[in-house]
Write a protein that binds this ligand. Structure first.
Ligand SMILES: [Zn+2]
Ligand SMILES: [Zn+2]
Length: 237
């Protein structure tokens, strides 16, 4: 269940109202909590209009996903007033999409972009989109594990932002400066190929990772202390 009232000028979804208990969000292959049976997906889609769980507005600001939840109110006799929580969520959604659009921030559909980058990259390397034999794919996986895995816990939506593009640029041109051009190109191909596949599958609208150039200095050893670790929190980028 998703109420997509908040579409902007470009038609892109800006904030989604959902119920965290919605069984249609259950994704054991890509969500660790679903796979482990510890997720909140307890209610069938047909039940969620009238279950006791809160309505949630889920939105993404500069690559960081945020949730705000609203419960149905009760009357004096403690009867649940179904729909009141949804109404509050819709009011918040409206307020949010109006206010934040004015600040020029980026919103993406969080439901579609919720998948993690890591499994998506591994799937891309194994996919028929790549015309490669087993040895070549093994080489790609090795490059992924060594250089690209730092982004594995990011969502596809987080990886689609300009902040992520800056980090990928830093990875390719600073962190990997001492590595071969072939390895740097390969790391770039794995990242952009994964994101292109996500666009094609309509998991994200678009991404900002195309056109990152490899700069000079590929043969020079990295200066001590120049090697930078990836930032874990995208919000400080
Ligand atoms: Zn689940
Ligand atoms: Zn429920």
């Amino acid at each position: 269940m998703s109420r997509q009232a908040g579409t902007g000028n470009n038609g892109k979804l800006q904030a989604t109202i959902l119920k965290k208990c919605d069984r249609s969000l259950h994704r054991p292959p890509t969500n660790q909590q679903c796979a482990a049976g510890t997720c909140q997906h307890t209610c069938e889609p047909s039940q969620i209009e009238r279950c006791r769980h809160a309505w949630t507005v889920r939105y993404t600001v500069n690559g960081v996903q945020r949730d705000k939840s609203f419960r149905d109110e009760m009357d004096a006799a403690k009867r649940v007033l179904f729909g009141t929580g949804l109404k509050k969520a819709q009011d918040f959604q409206l307020q949010l999409t109006r206010g934040k659009r004015a600040q020029g921030r980026t919103y993406v559909d969080p439901r579609a972009g919720n998948e993690l980058f890591g499994p998506a990259a591994v799937a891309f390397i194994a996919s028929s989109a790549l015309d490669a034999g087993p040895d070549t794919r093994a080489g790609y996986m090795s490059c992924y594990r060594t250089n690209v895995r730092r982004f594995e816990r990011r969502t596809l939506a987080q990886m689609a932002t300009q902040a992520a593009a800056d980090e990928v640029d830093e990875l390719l041109n600073v962190t990997m400066a001492g590595k071969s051009t072939g390895q740097r190109r390969l790391a770039r191909m794995i990242i952009t190929g994964t994101m292109d596949a996500a666009v094609k599958a309509e998991k994200i609208g678009r991404h900002k990772l195309a056109g990152i150039n490899l700069t000079e200095g590929t043969t020079a050893a990295p200066a001590p202390g120049r090697k930078q670790s990836a930032r874990v929190n995208p919000s400080d980028a």
